[in-house]
Design a protein around this ligand. Structure first.
Ligand code: FCB
Length: 480
């Protein structure tokens, strides 16, 4: 991107706006047996046949556990304000209850110290999908007890790391865990329960509420939030059944996870699916919703793509799921994800629709009004086909365009006079620093600003890395 374009974008950034990058422990750390780490539900899932594209193993991933220094140096070169990382729960508490693993905590302490020395604020996600295996085997998020265990873990994390962490995120995308993990079975734990997966919604939200309380009690001044995945949902046509199912999908995907947190109640669901929600309501006990609706310092929002819904089980053409496994449960759904022929697509097949990020922010303001805390876009990015090895920087201009257009759309939307005026947008995190283990897609989807050769583990910054470096530098110039 020419300098002038970077300068122009930098000039749009309000003072104090956070520019960051995000990662998740399971996707980069590797070292799955090192220093007392226990297995997670994801280790077990990924090692069952047919779950991961190309049969890839997450055991080494980016080997970040052993290369954290090198990765810190990359972050420091990038000049970002903040780094969002996640703690692998089974690394610090192998059984998910009881004894703590000192070596696991020591790894994160070193990492946080390294960030602080580099002047980068640590943003820490407690749960980015790697449930300790013993807890998963005892029911995982279908069991209410997992929420209690999570709250003990959150309290301990607060006690040990509270003096170093700037912002805490309790859970990452509980919607994906429920939908992909428990309802459709394309992620760990691989269950295809459809509506019977709904108790996992409530127990994750409960874990969030208990986790916020635990962190507030064990830390002094860290700010606390959650990260939810959001997508503006539209209907494939004006036909009433398409619209009804779009409303149903919107309730399941967006509102189910945001309404209880921000409004203290579960959303209304269209009549077509009312009866199916019984497993959710059965899980709710008196006082739970008050617990879930904790005051938050920020609301984390991940945005990748918009969703268009049609009635009836469909071919899932262009479905933004990116899963090679076409599971049986998908065919039993009463709706399908329809294509967006008007938009170009990422390597995952996800429609590239930056204007929809602006629309999403409008929707958040309209739905949640004054109850909406400042928003942090905690993930935004794209994968594109790139070679397995490289001799020099990859010219990933598509990624640069994707990132610039999305950041600009978000900033324009919340600017004075913009359609989402009134929303406080506090920051934006690129997904992600390094090419990594992209869950069920294995190593086939490269989202990184830095190319990783998975044979040699060599890191090579892409052109998009240089672009973000220029943006952070231009902003400093503008501020000076
Ligand atoms: C999000 C996940 C993240 C990564 C991106 C591509 O849903 O939170 O770990 O897989 O998608």
């Amino acid at each position: 991107m020419p300098r002038t374009a970077v300068d122009r974008l930098a000039a749009l950034l309000p003072p104090g706006f956070t520019l960051g990058v995000a990662t998740a422990a399971f996707q980069i750390e590797g070292a799955v047996d090192d220093d007392g780490r226990g297995p997670s539900g994801w280790d077990a899932f990924a090692h069952s046949p047919g779950t991961i594209a190309d049969g890839a193993s997450p055991d080494i991933a980016d080997d970040h556990y052993h290369r954290a220094e090198e990765d810190l140096a990359l972050l420091s070169r990038l000049g970002v304000d903040a780094y969002r990382l996640s703690i692998a729960w089974p690394r610090v508490q192998p059984d998910g209850r009881g004894a703590w693993n000192e070596k696991g905590w020591a790894f994160y302490e070193r990492l946080l110290d390294g960030l602080l020395e580099a002047g980068i604020r640590p943003v820490v996600t407690l749960y980015h999908w790697d449930t300790p295996l013993p807890l998963e085997e005892a029911g995982g998020w279908l069991s209410r007890e997992t929420a209690e265990r999570f709250s003990e873990y959150a309290a301990e994390a607060g006690r040990r790391l509270g003096d170093r962490v700037d912002q805490w995120i309790t859970l990452n995308e509980p919607a994906t865990v429920t939908l992909n993990g428990y309802a459709l079975g394309v992620h760990a734990p691989g269950k295809q329960l459809l509506y019977e997966a709904l108790p996992s919604v409530h127990h994750q939200l409960l874990a969030h509420g208990l986790g916020v309380q635990a962190l507030r009690a064990s830390t002094d001044d860290g700010k606390i939030g959650i990260t939810n995945l959001h997508a503006p949902v539209s209907a494939k046509s004006w036909r009433p059944f398409d619209r009804l199912h779009a409303g149903l999908f919107d309730a399941i995907f967006n509102r189910l996870f945001a309404d209880p947190i921000l409004l203290g109640r579960y959303p209304r669901v269209p009549w077509i699916a009312k009866r199916n929600f019984a497993p959710l309501l059965d899980a709710v006990r008196p006082g739970d919703l008050e617990l879930i609706q904790q005051p938050l310092d920020f609301y984390g929002l991940n945005y990748y793509y918009p969703v268009r819904i049609g009635a009836g089980a469909g071919p899932a053409a262009g479905a933004p799921t990116g899963h090679h496994r076409r599971v049986a449960a998908l065919k039993r759904l009463p709706f399908h994800l329809a294509d967006f022929p008007e938009f170009p697509r990422t390597g995952f097949g996800w429609p590239i629709a930056p204007a929809h990020l602006g629309t999403l922010l409008v929707q958040m303001r309209d739905r949640y009004g004054d109850t909406l805390p400042p928003i942090l876009i905690t993930e935004n990015g794209a994968s594109f086909p790139e070679p397995a090895s490289t001799d020099g920087p990859i010219d990933d201009s598509e990624r640069i365009d994707y990132l610039a257009a999305h950041l600009e759309s978000a900033l324009d939307s919340v600017a004075p006079g913009g359609p989402a005026e009134g929303v406080e947008l506090a920051g934006w995190f690129v997904w992600t620093l390094l090419d990594n283990f992209e869950w069920a897609a294995g190593y086939t989807q490269r989202f990184g600003l830095v190319h990783v050769d998975f044979d040699t583990l060599e890191r090579t910054p892409k052109a998009s890395f240089e672009w973000l470096r220029q943006l952070t530098a231009a902003r400093e110039r503008t501020a000076a």
